[in-house]
Design a protein around this ligand. Structure first.
Ligand code: ADP
Ligand code: MG
Length: 245
């Protein structure tokens, strides 16, 4: 069993694509309400790791537990997925629904809320991410930054305990990155557990409780951000930081 305070527990997790080992012996415990940022070079396994948390990717060794439930195919997967929401790099909004209904749709379908209640909740969430006035528009009428804020509101509408972000600002024009990062910052410390992959180093340092550095499918270092950014003794992490900072 995982430690009671860990909301996410990964033990000895491995994942292969054919002969290629994308994840090797991953041990990671994430506490409730914690903000964890995954860093590492492209191809190091960051996306694969977070996709194992909600079984978008099936791991083939070890164990992943979310809130004490083993993440695996079967009847409990639905309850795991209700606790874990994911925000992608591409916003994946429904083009033929309004912004409001993009946010309301999940709760109507999955939580069986009435449209009236779901839209009420959606309005509050759009307000929280600063785009309440866009509610009646369609996704194509919004900027990329606004669309990603809708993506975050849509994830929050499911009232998840865990939010996974995979490079949420990578598809955005530079001037729109800040507004999305500000929304994510606003979520940190709110009790929801955040696991993020990002290349925004300043943001990572500011918002993370811990940095997890990956390379070639392995976790090479886990450290508080100040230690990681100023004093990592890991050679690969040092080289990575020298390249990106
Ligand atoms: P990162 O997110 O750190 O860039 P990924 O987790 O996406 O890395 O990928 C890790 C490695 O696994 C990469 O070498 C990638 O090519 C490989 N990989 C990821 N998904 C697949 C897949 N569906 N099929 C085959 N190889 C994959
Ligand atoms: Mg990735």
């Amino acid at each position: 069993m995982s430690q009671p305070e860990a909301i996410i527990s990964m033990k000895g997790v491995g994942k292969r694509f054919g002969k290629f080992e994308a994840l090797k012996d991953i041990d990671l415990e994430i506490a409730r309400g914690e903000v964890v940022v995954l860093l590492g070079p492209s191809g190091s396994g960051k996306s694969t790791l977070i996709r194992c948390i909600n079984l978008l990717e099936e791991y083939d060794a070890g164990d992943v537990h979310v809130d004490g439930i083993r993440v695996e195919k079967g009847k409990k997967l639905q309850s795991v997925r209700q606790e874990v929401a994911m925000v992608f790099q591409a916003f994946n909004l429904f083009p033929n629904h309004t912004i409001l209904d993009n946010v309301a749709l999940g709760p109507v379908r999955v939580r069986k809320l009435s449209w009236k209640d779901a839209r009420e909740r959606a309005r509050r969430l759009l307000d929280r991410v600063g785009i309440a006035e866009q509610a009646e528009k369609y996704p194509s009428q919004l900027s990329g930054g606004q669309q990603q804020r809708v993506g975050i509101a849509r994830a929050l509408a499911m009232e998840p305990r865990i939010l996974l972000f995979d490079e949420p600002t990578s598809a955005l024009d530079p001037e729109m990155v800040g507004e999305v990062l500000d929304v994510i910052k606003g979520l940190a410390g709110d009790g929801v557990t955040l696991v993020l992959v990002t290349h925004e180093m300043g943001f990572a340092r500011q918002v993370a409780d811990r940095i997890v550095f990956m390379e070639a499918g392995r976790i090479k270092e886990i450290a508080p951000p100040d230690d990681f950014f100023t004093a990592t003794r890991n050679e690969r992490a040092r080289a990575f930081l020298d390249a990106v900072l």
